[in-house]
Structures are given as C-alpha cells and as structure tokens.
Design a protein around this ligand. Sequence first.
Ligand code: ADE
Length: 228
Amino acid sequence: MQLDILTIFPQMFEGPFSHSIIKRAKDKKLVEINLHNIRDFATDKHKRVDDYQYGGGSGMVMMIEPIANCIGHLKGKNAYDEIIYMTPDGELFNQKMANYFSTTKRIMILCGHYKGIDERIRENYITREISIGNYVLSGGEMAAIVFTDSVVRLLPGVLNDETSALSDSFQDDLLSPPVYTRPSDFRGWKVPEILLSGNDKIISDWRLERSIERTRIRRPDLLSEQDG
Ligand code: ADE
C-alpha cells in the first residue's frame, strides 16, 4: 500500500511513524508512506499557503493553488483509489471504514488547517471526507496519524499473529473481553478460574459472554447497529 500525505507540518509525523507497528510495516515494505510539504508547492516568493476568506470573517483559509499543485503533481505520477480530506465535518471514521481502506492500493490524505481549505479543492479533487471524532483538532495531522495506524495494522503480514487484528474490539461490533497475564494471583486479585482451566471451548464461550456483557453495558449502540 502507498500513502501520500499532504501537510504543512511533515515533522509532526516523524515520531508516530518511526515506532511500533507503522515502523514495522514500513521496514517490511508492506506500506510506503510519503510526506509532501504543501508549502513546497506555493507559488509566491513568501511561500504563502493561507489567505483571508472572501466575504470576511475571522480565520485564514488554506489557498487553492499550493494544494492543487501538489495534488496535480502526485496524480500525474500515480492513480489513487481515494483522495481523503481530514475534516471535523466529514464522515465519522469507524472500523468498517478502516477495513475497507486496508484493501486499497494507493491513498492520498490531505490535512487541513486554520478555518479549512478552499471549498473548490473539496469539490474537484476529494473523494472522501473523514472525521475521527466529534471534536475539533488544530489540524488534520493527528487525524491522519490515527487513520494511518488503524489501516496499516490491518495489512496482511503487519501483525505477527494474523488473528489478533480480527479479534480486536469493534471488528464484529463487539468490545473485546477482559485479558489477564501472570501472575494468576496479585495481592489476592485473582484471574478468573475458567481462564486457567485449559478447556478451549469453555474459555471461548466465557470470552464471548464477557464481550457481549461489556458491549451491552458500555456501548449498547453497537448492539442495536447489529439488529438494524
Ligand atoms: N481536523 C480537525 N478536527 C478533525 C477531526 N475531528 N477529524 C478529522 N480531521 C480534523
């Protein structure tokens, strides 16, 4: 998979992309992530990327030319399955969407800032608009990092134990059951006996029950989504 990320803050990605699962996926060449600085595509000598909005109002808007130039440059080299704009007024991101994006080959992700981007970019280039939650971030970078992590970990070969991504919370609209490791008794706090029984059938039934119970208590909305 190839991810091309358009941002005015490429340095923000350095830490998150050089550790843990994303680093492993890059090292194994399962994903190629390219960062593109929108400022490099600015047309004036001051390398401006934002300007006042037409009609007045507070807040700067990201200008059309640098973004259009950057997108045009990339589209001239590659065909993209999706061109995503990270924005709080986008479609709410969820696990099903992460699953879908993990099956695509090449994605471009545009990170906005200030009051947003010139609407003509959205109308003419963007194929999906995604929000990672009902809150406003200072820019799309953190959202792009969250998106990338959730998608890259699903690529075949990235996780050691292939089944572990499938048993994640949300993968079947259920939250994960509680998990424990050694010691089995810590200050009198004991691991449930069933997990020590060695009986796989009883253990998997217990886990499913705990998953359903936890989902009913914490996220009943997920269970009603299944009914519908
Ligand atoms: N940019 C600012 N806030 C955002 C959000 N919640 N999701 C995606 N991109 C954003």
